[in-house]
Design a protein around this ligand. Structure first.
Ligand code: SF4
Length: 304
């Protein structure tokens, strides 16, 4: 049993063990990093865009779409000054479109302040930037020392520690900081990218590939199968019946229509006119659409 296995999650790991894990993880990443195009951009703006996109969207899809987005809006200033309509068109395929509006607002605030800030606290003060994204940008682009923790990195931490109950977000961050404290300046971002790759390819949620894991010798959970929890059967709402489908359908219509916009008259799929009107109204309040008067709407533009 490793040192990690002997301690409850509340006990700090020995610094020597933390350093061993850090070395093993970084060495593995040096040899096995996924070849992602988005990692070629380590400037603060490029990292911010890819990290916002990676929230709730698979990294393979982000990798396909981020390059085109960054070509269309190559700088923080270009994004801040763009028509929101153009940003939403370029966001097509990534889903959760409110992120695009928030990202542009964050760019505008940062440009007004002279550029993207480097501290976690100042990044978190930007619209739509939460603790994970702020720490990821600070660590990867500004050589910050705090490791960002999302569900994937939290899973690795839980398993390394052999924690019998999932760590709270605060505990997981404190544990990640133990690893960060033993890293050299500028390595926290690499550590986070390495852990994300490990979580995706080896330390998977179910049936992790422990025999291929670089942390196998030092992990309190090595060899555990981690079966899928049986779910109670609840009837699933067909996707086309959901509000999310309707929002996506309306946004696609708005993207296609350009400045002339669309009429929202009529049903969309199983959604009647009342549901369509309520949905477009919510989209207006979220900055995803603007009214042209009557039943006509378009993506947000400046003037005519
Ligand atoms: S040994 Fe297994 S459980 Fe532990 S970090 Fe590696 S893949 Fe995950």
């Amino acid at each position: 049993m490793s040192d990690a296995a002997q301690g409850a999650a509340a006990q700090p790991l020995k610094p020597a063990l933390v350093r061993e894990i850090n070395r093993a993880l970084l060495a593995w990443y040096g040899a096995s990093a996924r070849p992602l195009k988005i990692r070629e951009r380590s400037d603060p703006y490029g990292v911010l865009v890819s990290e916002v996109m990676a929230q709730q969207t698979q990294i393979s899809r982000v990798d396909q779409l981020a390059t085109a987005f960054l070509e269309r809006f190559p700088t923080l200033e270009a994004l801040a000054e763009a028509e929101t309509a153009a940003v939403l068109v370029a966001w097509k395929g990534l889903g959760y479109n409110r992120r695009a509006v928030a990202l542009q607002r964050a760019a505008a605030v940062a440009v007004a302040a002279g550029g993207l800030p480097s501290s976690v606290e100042a990044l978190m003060a930007l619209p739509g930037i939460g603790p994970y994204t702020a720490r990821a940008v600070a660590a990867i682009a500004f050589r910050g020392r705090e490791i960002p923790v999302d569900v994937n990195i939290a899973r690795i931490l839980n398993r390394l520690l052999g924690s019998s109950t999932p760590l709270s977000p605060r505990e997981a961050q404190a544990r990640a900081n133990e690893f960060g404290s033993q890293l050299a300046d500028g390595e926290a971002g690499t550590w986070a990218q390495a852990a994300m790759d490990l979580a995706s390819t080896i330390c998977r949620p179910v049936a992790p590939l422990c025999d291929r894991c670089p942390l196998h010798q030092r992990c309190a959970s090595a060899g555990q199968p981690f079966h899928k929890e049986p779910r109670t059967a609840t009837p699933r709402t067909p996707f086309a019946h959901t509000r999310r489908w309707l929002r996506g359908r309306l946004l696609d219509e708005l993207r296609e229509a350009g400045r002339e916009g669309i009429s929202i008259a009529g049903a969309r799929g199983v959604h009647n006119e009342v549901a369509v009107a309520a949905t477009i109204s919510a989209m207006v309040s979220e900055g995803l659409a603007e009214s042209l008067g009557g039943d006509r709407y378009r993506l947000p533009h400046r003037g005519d």
